[in-house]
Write a protein that binds this ligand. Structure first.
Ligand code: SF4
Ligand code: SF4
Length: 453
């Protein structure tokens, strides 16, 4: 692929005073100041990092803590990019690569209902026109979040798995050179589609298209890109989307990593949408700029592939402890990626707190009826099955490099996956679920990457 080089000078090395505040205040690591100073030095000088590159949950907060806006987060990404070039991606990461065999979207087709598959096929087959809603790779895993909602009438929903969420989750793992190619693919597709307005369902993708692509990857899109939650809010305020029902739920909010990227501009709309639904908001100890990761981001900073899933779940457990401490009835997330991870985690840790996507909250307040929580619980166990399958397979696989971005209009059909189906059948047996979750929880502290400062 012939591409111009991307902007590699996002971290402002010359202004950085190496004060260490960024990593000292880090909500995940809270490194002692002396260690934090050593770590920023190590990263700048290209020396071995003791903690950050192996424990960072890629949450974006350190950018907000730097008093002179040096963007230390981008320094971490550059160092991970170098590591990726040397050691490749961990074997289990194949499952989030839509162009690789046995990816999560391909495997999940085995467990999706015919109704879910028909929604997805419709979203794939649509001719992009007018205002398109990019459904997003992660909401594709939970298509019932949108279902056949009246909300979709305002858009042409498009499902483009090989947009990789605009490269969002690869960017967070430091796969920066790959993201550059994804940005170029998005630009080619938008031009080909001749769309006027793109509305990504995820703030992460909005940030990628409006900021990372133009300023870091040198790829500018010609179409207007609008924020989904702001658009919903405008339509509710204008009376176009009618709110018919007061939900009267006590809700705590999970602010996702990308919500911090815009310096705060993504935090208010979901809260205002909750207000419209007559929900009472109770904030977690860590929220907005200091919000803790759902867990997914902990997979970015791997040292040994075998620890990745356990690091993710250990991080997620902390999120649940904070959410439960608020006494809320429900935790609301406005990111589809966090949603599936949080549901899998809820099942493993046996949490009783409800979890909703903001779209589900809006739909309920519009008077739409959800099949809740049955669909989420089923899907959580579908995904737990796939992740376990990959965990086992990854023991026999080597790290890899991503060499193909585009599906070139093809669909990776689902295989038979006999072993996967058998595993899933076991997880339908209540005693197996109980035993699995108990064993997982016993193994968790032993299998998590140790943290000693
Ligand atoms: S990036 Fe900012 S907060 Fe971090 S060490 Fe440099 S100046 Fe200090
Ligand atoms: S991105 Fe988040 S977890 Fe990583 S060092 Fe910065 S503040 Fe800490």
């Amino acid at each position: 692929m012939n591409t111009k080089s991307r902007n590699k000078a996002i971290f402002n090395e010359y202004s950085c005073t190496r004060c260490g505040e960024c990593f000292h205040l880090c909500p995940e690591l809270q490194l002692p100041l002396k260690v934090a100073k050593e770590e920023i030095n190590n990263l700048i000088e290209g020396h071995e990092s003791k903690y950050i590159l192996s424990h960072c949950t890629t949450c974006f907060s350190c950018n907000l803590y730097c008093p002179i806006n040096c963007k230390p987060y981008q320094l971490i990404l550059e160092r991970w990019n170098e590591l990726y070039k040397r050691r490749g991606a961990p074997p289990i990461y194949r499952f989030v690569c839509p162009t690789m065999k046995d990816n999560i979207w391909q495997m999940l087709r085995v467990f999706m209902t015919s109704e879910e598959l028909s929604w997805i096929n419709t979203w794939k087959a649509q001719t992009p026109k007018g205002t398109i809603l990019l459904i997003s790779n992660y909401l594709h895993l939970l298509p019932f979040v949108f279902d056949n909602s009246k909300l979709l009438r305002y858009f042409t929903p498009i499902d483009a798995l090989d947009h990789w969420e605009g490269g969002g989750y690869l960017y967070q793992g430091g796969y920066l050179d790959v993201v550059k190619h994804i940005a170029e693919k998005c630009r080619r597709d938008f031009k080909k589609w001749k769309v006027e307005r793109v509305v990504p369902a995820l703030d992460a993708v909005h940030w990628m298209l409006t900021n990372v692509h133009p300023f870091e990857m040198g790829v500018t899109h010609d179409c207007e890109v609008q924020n989904f939650h702001e658009l919903l809010l405008t339509k509710i305020n204008d009376g176009e989307i009618p709110i018919k029902k007061k939900l009267n739920l006590k809700v705590t909010i999970h602010d996702n990593c990308y919500s911090k990227a815009g310096g705060g501009k993504y935090w208010d709309s979901p809260r205002l949408l909750l207000n419209h639904s007559s929900c009472k908001i109770v904030e977690m100890k860590h929220n907005k700029a200091n919000s803790l990761c759902c867990g997914f981001g902990a997979g970015a900073s791997w040292k040994h592939p075998i620890n990745i899933v356990f690091d993710i779940m250990a991080t997620s457990k902390k999120k649940f402890q904070e959410a439960e401490a608020t006494g809320a009835d429900a935790m609301m997330t406005y990111c589809g990626g966090c949603l599936y991870l949080l549901w899998a985690s809820r099942e493993i840790f046996g949490s009783k707190i409800d979890i909703y996507h903001i779209v589900e909250i809006v739909r309920m307040s519009m008077g739409e009826v959800l099949n809740y929580p049955e669909q989420h619980i089923k899907r959580a166990w579908d995904l737990i099955t796939i992740i376990n399958y990959h965990l086992i397979m990854s023991l026999f696989r080597k790290p890899f490099w991503i060499d193909k971005i585009s599906l070139e209009g093809k669909v990776l059909e689902s295989g038979r996956y006999l072993g996967l189906r058998i595993l899933r059948t076991f997880f339908d047996v209540p005693i197996v679920r109980i035993l699995y979750t108990k064993i997982f929880q016993i193994m968790l502290p032993k299998m998590t990457t140790p943290r000693e400062f």
